[in-house]
Design a protein around this ligand. Structure first.
Ligand code: GDP
Ligand code: MG
Length: 459
């Protein structure tokens, strides 16, 4: 994947080198992104939609405070690429039942036989399954020997043509052979070439009807770039394709194109092959792949930070709205604390905290010790809120002595602390409703005003 990585790391270096981003630099960078993607053989329409989305989001959404615009741009590039590659969640590779029949299909030379062996290795070693390999390819000379040797190398049972040359019988006999040996996962390799394409597809279809596989995995060669989709569609006319194995990711700059092209067909990429050896197999993880593609070790941290900030933005708005409507509940408080704890002193909500609510005043130049005390207190209050039921959070009036005892026990705090939190909540509520009555516009930092009153409570 070296070539692919090189062109992306150049792009990233360019973005990282920006000091400010105006209309013109943005346009230039978007063009650079397009060039890089096209070079990776990503189809024009996907390239266009990726850059369009980045442009739109960059212009429309506010760059979160504390984040440099160039980092935000990288973040957008990252998210768009992850989405184009199948989204946030890595594929599920565990087999859902035993025995499980997995049939591999794909054109000749794409790496089916090698990948069959890699899968046998992967499931034997990482999932501790008993795996068996069947070769039904009778067209390619040496196909039987090839898989037999690989099976021996890994140490798994093998079944191939005993001499009759009938792929359908081999499949049937092979499955019986494996079932007798108590194999959990039966992997069936198939031919990739026949007298004609139609004949190949018909053979695959008939094998499918006989084998009745639980999963059909299409093997695609990464060097086929954006042509990968056409290959996938050709097979899909004959058999359902459940998953995809993209091979030879190590030897091409067009791997990105192949990956994005097959995603379009709706099938999920499960594995990638990164070399000729049986160990060179990886579960395809879009997030990890893109982070590596962009060559950013720290990208995940950046992404987490930006996500939390965006979430905070939403919660700040929600809280402000609830305050404005005088509808503040313990759930409001809980959400607030959640975000504060995630973002720490970075948080805008943190600054909203009344300064005497906690042992330490939340000021700009707060000492580490004070900060720690504040955070400890926050954690205890959050634990209390976590021990409450949704009903209690939304309707704190029902909290009687026995509920308070239960909550204290559940959160490892004391009833006194639970009462303290409730007093604090009542106070905010009173203030909010007083302010509403006096029809004053509520200041955003309303909570700061509570300082004075909290003093009276001895908190
Ligand atoms: P089949 O015709 O689809 O069964 O393909 P084979 O498994 O025989 O593989 C064709 C060629 O591709 C062989 O030389 C393999 O070593 C090679 N190959 C398969 N997978 C990979 C891979 O992930 N990386 C590299 N570099 N070569 C691979
Ligand atoms: Mg083969």
């Amino acid at each position: 994947m070296k070539a692919l990585f090189e062109s992306f790391s150049k792009l990233v270096a360019k973005i990282r080198g920006l000091t400010y981003i105006d209309e013109e630099t943005l346009r230039e960078i978007l063009k650079e992104i397009q060039r890089t993607l096209l070079k990776a053989d990503v189809s024009v329409e996907i390239v266009y939609s990726i850059t369009k989305n980045i442009e739109k989001k960059f212009k429309e959404s506010k760059v979160p405070e504390g984040v440099h615009p160039k980092d935000y741009l990288l973040y957008l590039l990252y998210t768009e690429l992850v989405n184009a590659l199948g989204g946030d969640v890595p594929p599920q590779v565990d087999i859902p039942k035993r025995p499980y029949k997995l049939m591999l299909v794909g054109i000749e030379g794409c790496g089916k036989t090698t990948s069959a062996a890699k899968l046998a290795y992967f499931y034997t070693k990482n999932k501790k399954l008993k795996v068996g390999l069947i070769q039904t390819d009778v067209h390619r000379p040496g196909a039987r020997e090839q898989l037999k040797q690989l099976a021996e190398k890994i140490g798994v049972p093998f079944y191939g043509d005993p001499g009759h040359g009938d792929p359908y019988r081999i499949a049937q006999e092979g499955i019986e052979h494996m079932l007798k040996r108590g194999v959990d996962l039966i992997i069936i390799d198939t031919a990739g070439r026949h007298k004609s394409e139609t004949e190949l597809m018909e053979e695959i279809k008939r094998l499918y009807d006989i084998v009745k596989p639980d999963e059909v995995m299409l093997v695609i060669d990464a060097t086929s770039g954006k042509q990968a989709a056409a290959q996938a569609e050709a097979f899909m006319k004959y058999v359902p394709i459940h998953s995809i194995f993209v091979t030879k990711m190590d030897s091409t700059a067009r791997g990105g194109g192949a990956l994005m092209s097959v995603i379009k067909t709706g099938a999920k990429i499960k594995f990638i092959g990164t070399g000729e050896d049986v160990e060179e197999i990886e579960i395809f993880n879009p997030r990890r792949f893109v982070a590596r593609l962009l060559g950013l070790g720290d990208l995940e941290t950046l992404v987490e930070k930006i996500r939390a900030l965006e979430e905070e933005e939403k919660i700040v708005k929600e809280v402000e709205k609830e305050i404005e409507e005088g509808k503040i509940t313990l759930l409001t408080l809980k959400k607030q604390l959640e975000t504060i704890m995630k973002l720490g002193p970075l948080s805008k909500l943190f600054e909203l905290l009344p300064t005497s609510m906690f042992p330490a005043p939340v000021l700009k130049n707060i000492s580490d010790e004070q900060l720690q005390l504040t955070q400890q207190k926050l954690k205890r209050w959050y634990a209390i809120l976590q021990s409450m039921t949704m009903e209690e959070l939304l309707n704190p009036d029902i909290l009687d002595a026995s509920r308070i005892r239960r909550i204290a026990r559940g959160s490892g705090t004391s009833p006194k602390e639970v009462r303290e939190l409730l007093q604090y909540y009542q106070l905010i509520k009173r203030l909010v409703s007083d302010m509403k009555k006096s029809r004053k516009r509520l200041p955003k930092s309303l909570l700061k005003q509570i300082d004075i009153n909290l003093g009276e409570l001895g908190m």
